[in-house]
Write a protein that binds this ligand. Structure first.
Ligand SMILES: Nc1ncnc2c1ncn2[C@@H]1O[C@H](COP(=O)(O)OP(=O)(O)OP(=O)(O)O)[C@@H](O)[C@H]1O
Ligand SMILES: [Mg+2]
Length: 380
């Protein structure tokens, strides 16, 4: 063999061995990826675990409550060292307690409720003078001058309930008193507390009150409080049980602070008739204030508030318009003003004429009737 031939053979052998080592390397990598994918697949195939609550520990066994509210008596591995009140993960089939979980970590309550410093002035609330005075007495005065109450020796209510038909200014009043007493305003919607935070409603209530104390003076406004505090004949479905737990926590929180602390609660509802009397018992939201559909004087004031920046033509007879809006709520009067403005815009006018208002009133009335129809269809 010539030396040239030997060189060629050597280079072939070299390239063969180096190729095979590359291939081996590649093979190894592929195997690793395959194993990782298999592990991932096994993990994804695992059935989900239930988050349960440990209610009691009896004779080395545990009573747990599963998310739908049913309770079970189960055995468990004692190495877990369970304590009552803890959250655990259970498999769905045999209800074996698989591990403990830490739910003590707080969720960021500010993400779930509206926290603001409203700027609404009393002047922008129309026709509710009597309600305004009462709210000032119950909410604003104790927040601003607690020493006055101490001196006289009386305890002001911890909160009040505003009740009345939709759109009559309940939210507006609550915001106005928050502004006038320079308080933080935390707005919570009862139905959301029950529906959105299944299993967490009670915890959220607790944290809302904690936040309120931190940001005091604070007004906690609970809109649609009836969806939390409805009178129940029996607590049947898991949704009702959930609402009940949240409601109990709310009562506990209200009872837990003193009336001269700088947190006040305002509840609002359209359905006072279905409220659980527990919420309006003395020491709780025991001042009830009705916010009715406005009378003629009230409508006039509300109309003035919402039309004051509009340019009205001389042919607009306010008295006559007010009579046409005889069953309108504040929100509907405001809507009529906005609609009238739109009728003018459509005809490229900046002045609002009588006809615009008449068209607007008819439109708002038609919408109101449609809504009423929907309501009757839904609730009989
Ligand atoms: N008395 C009022 N004075 C001035 N504006 C009012 C009055 N009532 C209602 N409005 C107008 O209607 C809007 C809606 O009113 P608001 O949200 O306060 O009603 P509500 O009573 O809270 O209704 P709901 O029961 O549907 O929550 C207000 O932002 C305001 O512009
Ligand atoms: Mg409201």
């Amino acid at each position: 063999m010539t030396s040239k031939e030997k060189n060629i053979i050597d280079s072939v052998i070299y390239s063969y061995t180096s190729d095979s080592s590359v291939l081996e390397e590649e093979n190894k990598m592929l195997k690793e990826t395959l194993n990782k994918m298999k592990d991932e697949l096994d993990r994804l195939k695992q059935p989900p675990l239930m988050v349960c609550e440990v209610l009691d520990l009896i004779n080395n066994n545990a009573v747990i409550r599963i998310p739908n509210g049913n309770q079970f008596y189960v055995t468990y591995d004692h190495q877990l060292k369970l304590t009552v009140g803890e959250s655990v993960l259970c498999d769905q089939k045999n209800l074996n307690i698989v591990k403990k979980i830490d739910t003590s970590k707080k969720f960021n309550v500010e993400k779930f409720v509206i926290v603001e410093k409203p700027t609404i002035k009393w002047e922008s609330v129309g026709g509710l003078q009597h309600q305004e005075n009462e709210i000032k007495e119950v909410i604003e005065l104790p927040l601003k001058k607690p020493e006055l109450f101490r001196k006289i020796g009386i305890t002001p209510p911890k909160g009040l309930l505003l009740y009345g038909p939709p759109g009559t200014g309940k939210t507006l009043l609550a915001k106005a008193v928050a502004a006038s007493s320079n308080s933080t305003f935390i707005e919570v919607v009862g139905s959301e507390l029950v529906q959105k935070f299944i299993g967490e409603g009670a915890k959220l209530v607790k944290e809302i009150f904690e936040l309120a104390r931190k940001k005091a003076p604070t007004i906690i406004f609970i809109d649609e409080i009836d969806s939390l505090a409805a009178r129940r004949v029996e607590v049947g479905t898991s949704g009702e049980r959930e609402a009940n737990r949240t409601f109990m926590q709310l009562l506990a929180e209200i009872d837990g602070f003193k009336s001269l602390d700088d947190v006040k609660i305002i509840g609002a509802t359209n359905r006072k008739d279905i409220l659980d009397p527990a919420i309006i018992r003395p020491g709780r939201l025991d001042r009830l204030i009705e916010v009715p559909t406005p009378n003629k004087e009230g409508r006039k004031e509300i109309f003035r508030i919402h039309s004051q920046t509009m340019c009205l033509c001389k042919d607009v007879d306010v008295e006559n318009l007010i009579n046409q809006m005889d069953d309108f709520s504040g929100a509907e009067i405001k809507a009529a003003c906005t609609e009238a403005g739109y009728f003018a815009i459509r005809e490229s006018r900046t002045e609002i004429v009588k006809k615009d208002f008449l068209n607007a009133i008819a439109k708002v009335r038609k919408e109101e009737e449609l809504n009423k129809g929907d309501y009757l269809r839904m609730f009989g």
